[in-house]
Write a protein that binds this ligand. Structure first.
Ligand code: 4AD
Ligand code: MG
Length: 436
C-alpha cells in the first residue's frame, strides 16, 4: 500500500492509510496501546485496541520498543477535544527491526552524552524542530538573493592564503604544497562580483577556533553576498532587509517548530527593518558607561575589538538587531576600505542580534586601491605572491564594492532562541568534537 506522510494526514481523514516510520514512545493499559509514531515529517498518536486487531498485531504492540522501525495501517480521525490534532486507529502493525535498548530515553541526559549520540539525538522532537528551522532559513537566504538578481558563484574550499587572519587557519597538505581550508569565500566573491555585479556564495567555512564559547564552531556554513559599486550604507540596507526576510519566513512557515522550541515569537516579530545603526565609538561609550554603573565587569578601552561579553551587553540594549559600524582598522582584516573622514577607521559593519546573541553578520566596503592593499598585505605579514590574482582585481577596472558574511548557525541559534550553536547543525565540529 502507498505510504502516507504524517504531515499530510488531514487530507486522508476517514481513509485507510499506511504510515512507515519509527516508534517514538509507547503507553499501554492492558487492552489499549498508545503508540507515538514519527516518520520524519511529523508525529502522530496511534491507538491499538486488543479486541479489534489480529493476535499478531497485538503481540507486536506489546513487544515493540522505542525507535523500532514499524509500518502501521490505520484510519486517521480528528481528536474529539483538540481540533487540528489527529489520531490514528491502527488495524495492523508490522515491526521491521525491533530496536535494542535505546540510549536516549525521555529522562534527562547531559549535553556531552547527547552530543556523543548525536546520530540518534537528531530523531528527537526538539532537534528535529531546530533543523527544520535551519532548512527554512537556508531556503529563505537563497530565495532572497535569487529573487534580487544575485548570481550564485561557489568559491573554493582549498585556498592558498588566509582571508580572515592567520591565527585560526586549518592547514592541509595539498600534494607538494601547503594549503588552507577556507575561512571565507569573500576574496573570490570580489572576483565574481566584477564579472556578475551581484553575487553570493554559500558553503562550509573553517576556523581553527581554540575557544570554547556558545558561538564558535570550527566548521560552519556562511552565506556571503558581494556587490560591485556598493558602499557601506548600501550593504547595511541589504543586511537589514535580508534579516527581516529570513525572520519573516520562519515566522510564517515554521510556527509549529517555534512552539516546540518555546520561542517567544513577539521578540522575533520586532526584528524588522530599519535597524538601529551605532558607530563603534558610541558603542564603546555605552560599554564604558555600563562599567561606571557596575553593569559590566571589564572597563572597555577605545581601540580594541569587542569580545563576546561586550557584544552581549551592546545587543541586549536593543530589541532589534543593531548594526555597529566603523571599527578601528587595526582590529579588522587587511582588505577593509578606510573611512575617508577618519582613515584610522574601517568602513565595516557587524550586525549584532538582540537578546544578547551578538554578532551574526560581519562585512563592509573593500579597499579598492592597489597601493593601499599592497601596504596592508605587508603590514599583516601576508605572502604577497598568494594574492597576485586578488591584486589583479585592482588593476583591471577596480570599483568600490562591498559585501558581508552571515554564519547560518549563529542566525539559527538566535531565531530558535538556543543556548549554544552546537544544536544548529546536524553534526557540529568544535574544539573537542570530531565525532560522530
Ligand atoms: O566576521 P567574519 O569573520 O567575516 C568574514 O569572514 C567576512 N570575510 C565575510 C564577508 O564580508 N564576506 O565572519 C562572518 C560571520 C560572523 O558574523 C559569524 O556569523 C560567522 O561568520 N562566524 C562563525 N560562526 C560560527 N563559528 C565561528 N567560529 C564563526 N566565525 C564567524
Ligand atoms: Mg566578524
Amino acid at each position: 500500500m502507498k505510504q502516507t506522510y504524517i504531515k499530510e494526514i488531514s487530507r486522508h481523514l476517514g481513509q485507510e492509510i499506511t504510515i512507515k516510520g519509527w516508534l517514538y514512545n509507547k503507553r499501554s493499559s492492558g487492552k489499549l496501546g498508545f503508540l507515538e509514531i514519527r516518520d520524519g515529517s511529523g508525529l502522530i498518536q496511534g491507538v491499538v485496541s486488543k479486541k479489534d486487531v489480529s493476535e499478531q498485531t497485538w503481540e507486536n504492540t506489546e513487544k515493540v520498543t522505542q525507535e523500532s522501525s514499524i509500518t502501521v495501517i490505520g484510519i486517521p480521525r480528528e481528536h474529539p477535544k483538540h481540533p487540528g490534532v489527529y489520531e490514528l486507529d491502527i488495524s495492523d502493525l508490522t515491526v521491521h527491526q525491533l530496536a535494542q535498548d535505546y540510549p536516549i530515553t525521555p529522562k534527562e541526559h547531559g549535553v556531552e552524552y547527547l552530543m556523543d549520540h548525536r546520530h540518534l539525538w537528531l530523531r528527537s522532537r526538539r532537534q528535529h524542530a531546530i533543523l527544520k528551522v535551519r532548512h527554512e532559513i537556508i531556503k529563505a537566504v537563497r530565495d532572497f538573493f535569487d529573487d534580487d538578481g544575485f548570481t550564485l558563484c561557489d568559491t573554493p574550499i582549498f585556498t592558498p592564503a588566509a582571508c580572515e587572519g592567520t591565527t585560526n587557519l586549518f592547514e592541509v597538505q595539498y600534494f607538494d604544497e601547503k594549503a588552507y581550508l577556507t575561512q571565507s569565500g569573500q576574496l573570490y566573491n570580489e572576483a565574481t562580483a566584477a564579472a556578475f555585479g551581484k553575487v553570493y556564495c554559500f558553503g562550509p567555512t573553517f576556523r581553527a577556533e581554540k575557544s570554547k564559547t556558545r558561538r564558535h564552531l570550527t566548521e560552519f556554513w556562511m552565506v556571503e553576498p558581494e556587490v560591485a559599486y556598493a558602499k557601506l550604507d548600501d550593504i547595511m540596507d541589504l543586511a537589514e532587509k535580508f534579516i527581516g526576510h529570513i525572520v519573516g519566513r520562519v515566522l510564517e512557515n515554521r510556527k509549529e517548530e517555534l512552539i516546540i522550541l518555546e520561542r517567544d515569537t513577539a521578540l522575533l516579530e520586532k526584528a524588522m527593518p530599519p535597524f538601529p545603526r551605532l558607530q563603534y565609538d558610541d558603542a564603546v561609550k555605552m560599554l564604558q558607561q555600563a562599567h561606571t554603573e557596575g553593569k559590566v565587569e571589564n572597563l572597555f578601552e577605545l581601540g580594541g575589538d569587542f569580545g563576546s561579553p561586550d557584544e552581549t551587553y551592546i545587543s541586549s540594549q536593543y530589541d532589534k538587531p543593531v548594526m555597529v559600524h566603523r571599527y578601528p582598522a587595526a582590529v579588522k582584516a587587511f582588505y577593509m576600505e578606510p573611512d575617508p573622514q577618519r582613515p584610522d577607521l574601517a568602513l565595516c559593519v557587524d550586525v549584532l542580534a538582540p537578546e544578547g546573541y551578538g554578532e551574526i553578520i560581519g562585512g563592509g566596503e573593500r579597499a579598492s586601491s592597489l597601493e593601499l592593499l599592497l601596504d596592508r598585505i605587508k603590514e599583516h605579514e601576508l605572502p604577497e605572491e598568494a594574492f597576485d590574482w586578488y591584486l589583479d582585481l585592482r588593476k583591471y577596472g577596480s570599483v568600490p564594492h562591498a559585501g558581508f558574511g552571515m554564519g547560518i548557525e549563529r542566525c539559527v541559534s538566535w531565531v530558535c532562541g538556543l543556548e549554544h550553536v552546537r544544536e544548529t547543525i546536524p553534526f557540529p565540529r568544535m574544539l573537542n568534537r570530531l565525532k560522530p
